[in-house]
Design a protein. Structure first.
Ligand code: CP
Ligand code: NVA
Length: 320
């Protein structure tokens, strides 16, 4: 526990705990900037900085309380390309894992690094980090949401020549953290979401309401075919997220929600398939779809770098 009152300095810095922290205009600016930067450095070595080096000398501290491949590598490479650098703390080898408080960790990291990215379980932990930090705090995934992933997903959708307003996005399987951020994005960017889950695995009502209040149509259904019919984008994710128990009952309930060729055939002919990865091919998606021509999952993975650069630039007040 701390003997000091919350500093609340975080109100003066831009943290990115969820997409709404930035808002629709800033997210549009992030996507534009990501496209420009991606185009400008085509063919360059990945570690070579962009010509303007907008974050020269800046250091990002990345705190991982859960596993990661894409988030970890994309933020590291993003910082290098912006002219800065990144370092990693994981709970197993830092004092966080031995019980040092989030409040103290936030204040120490704020004295040593210019921004903090956190991947953790309970969303309240990242809110606590942002409350005590006096540098930007970025959500690299919590049990509640995964906003950085969705900036990359929106960039991928736009690259595949699909305008966001009015887009029909269909989600299949578990109503999880990634879906929550898709629903939040729908509210901000004005697209519609069909959510096909087994009964009992729906997303949190708060996110559904957020999208509906903003004017998006959100359909909750137990019928995968109905959700896929005429959709522009089909999305799924692992049936068992990090930290969740492996439950045979849940896996059995998810079976009718696998994205396979028959489901894909119900969507628009130019529909694309997204998956944040890691994938469990044969479970939430068939090999035919995952490896098929409509799958853009590796564009999506690469776009984590380009999208995370935009998130960082927004956090440092250099965008939006
Ligand atoms: N999609 C995603 O966040 O991947 P990692 O868990 O590998 O970071
Ligand atoms: N829903 C998944 C996303 C992984 C990037 C999880 O939380 O494990």
């Amino acid at each position: 526990m701390t003997d000091q009152p919350p500093l609340d300095i975080a109100t003066h810095v831009r943290s990115f705990l969820d997409l709404s922290d930035a808002g629709g205009h800033a997210i549009a600016a992030m996507i534009n900037d990501a496209q420009d930067r991606k185009r400008a450095r085509r063919g360059w070595p990945r570690g070579k900085p962009d010509t303007d080096r907008p974050l020269e000398g800046y250091v990002l501290a990345m705190v991982f309380e859960k596993s990661s491949t894409r988030t970890r590598v994309s933020f590291d490479i993003a910082m290098r390309q912006l002219g800065g650098s990144a370092l990693i703390l994981d709970s197993g080898t830092s004092q966080l894992g031995r019980g040092e408080s989030i409040a103290d960790t936030a204040r120490v990291l704020s004295r040593m690094a210019d921004a903090i990215m956190v991947r953790t379980d309970d969303h309240a932990k990242i809110e606590e980090m942002a409350r005590f930090a006096h540098v930007p705090v970025i959500n690299g995934l919590t049990d509640r949401s995964h906003p950085c992933q969705i900036v990359a997903d929106l960039l991928t959708i736009i690259e595949h020549r699909k305008a966001l307003p009015g887009l029909e996005v269909a989600w299949f399987g578990d109503g999880n953290n990634v879906l929550h951020s898709i629903l939040e994005a729908a509210a901000l960017m004005k697209f519609n979401v069909r959510v096909a889950t087994p009964a009992g695995y729906e997303p949190e009502a708060e996110f559904v309401e957020m999208a509906r209040k903003a004017g998006s149509t959100v359909t909750l259904t137990n019928d995968a075919d109905a959700a896929a019919s005429g959709a522009d984008v089909l999305v799924t994710d692992t049936w068992i997220s990090m930290g969740q128990a492996h439950a045979e009952e849940k896996l059995a309930a998810m079976e009718p929600f696998r994205v396979d060729a028959a489901l894909m055939a119900m969507a628009k002919p130019d529909a694309i398939f997204l998956h944040c990865l890691p994938a469990h091919v044969g479970d939430e998606v068939s090999a035919e779809v995952f490896e098929g021509p409509q799958s853009v999952v590796f564009d999506e993975a690469e776009n984590r770098i380009h999208a995370q650069k935009s998130v960082l630039l927004w956090c440092f007040g250099k965008l939006g």
